[in-house]
Design a protein. Sequence first.
Length: 287
Amino acid sequence: MNGTRRIHWGRILLAGFLAEAALFALFLLLLLAATLAGVPELARPMSPLDYADALVFSFVMVFLFTLWVGKHIESGFVVHGVLIGVVGILLFLLMLFATAGSIAQPVLYVVAHVLKIVGGIAGGLVAERRKRRVEAVHHVPTALLLIAVIASAVPISAAQKPVQSDQDVLIDLEHRWNEAFYRKDTRFIESILADEFLATYDDGTRGDKAKELALAAEFNQQVESAIPDDFTVKVFRDTAVVWFTLKLVGIRQGQRAEMQLRYTDVWVIRDGRWLCVSTQSTRVNPG
């Protein structure tokens, strides 16, 4: 559809006529009021009151009728407003020529004609803003429907993937810690150890967080498998104790060797995360 087809000429002509008719009706009302008050000269053509009427209501009437047209169109609001003002001007000039035989007029009337155009522009801008606001409101139900669909899908997804219990989370952390140690992933190990972490190793020595990270970074033994198993987890509100057995298989002095370590780890929950504060390992004979 081209720009010409989008211009509603019928509404423009009607609005321009009504704006000019309303302006003329106001002039007659002012003249009637002044006559009844005994001062008709105040409202006669080209009187101060007539000029004030022309200047103010030329703008106001075109502005209002542009808003009216704006309710029935989808685009070109300012163009329609300008054309309504032009129609009002042409109707006034036609009436002036028909009654006076000339279109010569005072400067203030010319200013009033300019104000008709300005009123049309202002009315078009306001009408366009109102239309866009209405369209935005009409889109709200669609947005709410989309939100509702997403919200309804969340419980379904949650049902498909059960929330892990504290026991499951702690066992998973122990597995990941074990894997990270042999990968020398000190970043992950650091993230799960509390600052006051204390370890008691199977040889009786003790170490802090820094030593645990150093042992992981420097680990160079050949390990074929390291499997944590036989978990027992007890949770006491924000504290938990984890017992498990680590079964190790590796190469020592060229020979295949097996070893079992039993661990007792103490965890605390801080800022929504489990952190290990203590670990103790004891070597046991395989069997």
